[in-house]
Structures are given as C-alpha cells and as structure tokens.
Ligand binder design. Structure first.
Ligand code: NAD
Ligand code: ZN
Ligand code: ZN
Length: 336
C-alpha cells in the first residue's frame, strides 16, 4: 500500500510502497479516505520532544475511513462502518486513570502516528475498542480534524471550567485554535482570539470571536486586560514560548491558563503572581473516547465545522513547510 514515511528526524517524508497492516483479533483495518495534518505530526518528524516516536514512522492521527476488516473479538463494529483513528490509539483499560475516566493519561497508552504507525497511508490498523464512529451527516474531510484538533480543544475548554458568559482567550488560531473558537462560542463563552495576519484574524472574527488581536502588531496583554478585565480562562495552542507567557498574563484572579500547544521549550512561571492571584496553570492532552463522541456530536448538529484545505498525500512536504511558516488558515486534510 502507499504511505508517506518519515525515515529520519528532520528528513523529507517519502511516498513508499509498504506492507498493508495485518490485524489481530481485537483490531480493525481501516481504508483511509482522508487524514488531517496536525502540528504534532511535524513535531514527531522533527524528533522535537523528550519521548521519541518509532522510526521509520507513518505519521497521522486524524485518519478517517471505512472498515474493511474486523478482528473476531470486535463485535460492535462492522465492515463498512465509518470511523476515525485518534491520537489515543489504545490505553490499558485497567489502571487508575483508565478506570476513573482519564484514559488519555494512561501510562501504557499507544499513540497513532507516533508509537504505532498512523494514517498517512491507504490503510491503517486500529484497536477496535478505540476507533470512534463518525456520525452519518459529517463528511470524511470535515470529520478528520475533529479526531485531534476538535477533541483536544473541546476537552481543553472543559478543563478550563469556563462557564457561559465567561471570557476565554484562545492563543493560536491554527488547526486547533480555529476549532477552539467555535467550541467556545457554541458553549456560550465570549472569545478573544490571538494570532497574526489578516487571514487568521478575519477567520476568528467570522467564527464569532469578539476581540481579535495580532501578536506581531499589538500589545496583546494590555489589550486583553483592558477589553475583558482579565479572562476567566486562556487556552494556549500557540507553538511559541511568548504565546504561553502572554496566555498566562491575561488570566484574571482565580482563572485558569490551559496549556495545549507543545513547543519544545520551558515556560517561566512567576511564583509570587501565581500564588497571590490564585491562578491555575494546567495541561490538557487530547481527550477520551467520550470527549471525542461529544465533540463529533457538536459537528453533527451543525454547531461547529472545521475549515479545511484539501490536499493530497504527495503534498505532505509542502504542507509541513507551510505549517512551519504559519501559512495555513484552518486545517489541511489530505484525501487519500
Ligand atoms: P498550527 O500550526 O495549525 O497552529 C499554530 C498557530 O499558532 C499558528 O496559527 C501560529 O500562527 C500561531 N502562533 C504562533 N506563535 C503565536 C503566538 N505567539 N501567539 C499566538 N499565536 C501564535 O498547529 P496546530 O495543529 O493547531 O497545533 C498547535 C500545537 O498544539 C502544536 O504544538 C501541537 O503539537 C499541539 N497539540 C497539542 C495537543 C494536546 O493534546 N495538548 C493536541 C494536538 C496538538
Ligand atoms: Zn491505563
Ligand atoms: Zn494532533
């Protein structure tokens, strides 16, 4: 089968003919129709993080398609079902985290397109217990970004504890951030959007953000504080240390700064301000299967819709270049 393969960190991906996966009794085989390109895939191919991916690697954790084979122990899925294969490829199912609804924190989890091969390919193996069905009225292209960008930002907003009428600031209006704005609006929150360039800020405005700020031309912290008095929560999806610093500084007393983006840097945290202001700084990592089902339901009800740019698997190296340059407005989805 055809796949885009990363053979060495920071090397170009190559389109190769590799073996089609063989499934086990609890697996399914998915014929991939589309796969979103997440900034995490770029971090994986660059070896940015302390925990390294398998190598060679078939990236991709926003793969969607139809089931073509079902392992004999999987009874709730059938050939022909439309499913997606998220970052949370599997978890152990019996540790404290799995038992208490935090399977996304399981220490024994596998991750699609990182510890196991992902969906930049014509076929992808999935754990039948962790692939999630796509509602009938969402197309493959529209569904793909929800399997990471959607569930991650939906979950981050839950983690933020923001309530209807509260202010939330979204830093980074990229693949994740443009969905964060939509989920926040759908949840009744007032939204500040921070990124750079007319395209992204106009998109944020169109999607319902009330205050849109360009981090290259404005004093973001001063502007957010004067417009909102300090936000109840900030969600940082920016791939930049300065974005994290600003997202911390705009939170009001008692508010939450939710860290989502994963630049390979450290974030300085002032102890005095954090203590005196009673600010929480919390990480949020993708979501559970239940979060994913909920986030897909928002799309099925027409409350959110990914802005997608359709490309081909063969375009992957140019897509990565555009991502590095910040030239993508919405989410690129490769049709496979
Ligand atoms: P993306 O490239 O589509 O978007 C990132 C955006 O951040 C871009 O629009 C860029 O212009 C903007 N940006 C850069 N510096 C900024 C700043 N100082 N202030 C505001 N905006 C700034 O990337 P993406 O796919 O949305 O992913 C974003 C990050 O989230 C990546 O690091 C990715 O690995 C991470 N991620 C985390 C999770 C999780 O579960 N926590 C899940 C998926 C992705
Ligand atoms: Zn577990
Ligand atoms: Zn992702």
């Amino acid at each position: 089968m055809k796949a885009a393969v990363n053979n060495q960190f920071k090397g170009k991906l190559t389109i190769q003919d590799i073996e089609k996966p063989i499934i086990g009794v609890k697996d399914i085989l998915v014929k991939i129709h589309a796969c979103g390109v997440c900034h995490t895939d770029l971090h994986a191919c660059h070896g940015d993080w302390p925990v390294k991916p398998k190598m060679p690697l078939v990236p991709g954790h926003e793969g969607v398609g139809e089931i073509v084979e079902v392992g004999e122990q999987i009874k709730h899925l059938n050939i022909g079902d439309r499913v997606g294969i998220p970052w949370l490829y599997s978890s152990c199912g019996h540790c404290d985290y799995c038992l208490t609804g935090d399977e996304n924190l399981c220490l024994s989890q596998q991750n699609a397109g990182y510890s196991v091969d992902g969906s930049y390919a014509e076929y992808c193996r999935a754990d039948g217990e962790y692939a999630v069905k796509i509602p009938d009225n969402i197309s493959y292209v529209d569904a793909a970004p929800l399997f990471c960008a959607g569930v991650t930002t939906y979950k981050a907003l839950k983690v933020s504890s923001a309530k209807p009428g509260d202010w939330v600031a979204i830093f980074g209006i990229g693949g994740l951030g443009h969905l964060a704005v939509q989920y926040a609006v759908a949840m009744g929150l007032n939204v500040v959007a921070v990124d750079t360039g007319e395209d992204k800020l106009n998109l944020a405005k169109k999607l319902g953000a009330e205050v849109c700020l360009d981090f290259k031309t404005t004093d973001v912290v001063t502007e957010v504080l004067s417009a909102t008095g300090g936000v109840h929560a900030s969600i940082c999806t920016a791939v930049s240390k300065s974005g994290f610093e600003q997202s911390y500084k705009v939170v009001r007393r008692g508010g939450k700064c939710v860290l989502v983006g994963l630049p390979p840097e450290e974030m300085p945290l002032p102890i005095f301000d954090t203590v005196l202001n009673g600010v929480s700084v919390v990480g949020s990592i993708v979501g559970t299967r239940k979060d994913l089902i909920e986030c897909l339901d928002f799309a099925a009800r027409g409350k959110i819709k990914a802005i997608t740019i359709e490309k081909k698997l063969e375009d992957i190296n140019e897509i990565f270049d555009d991502m590095i340059n910040g030239d993508i407005t919405g989410r690129v989805v490769m049709k496979i």
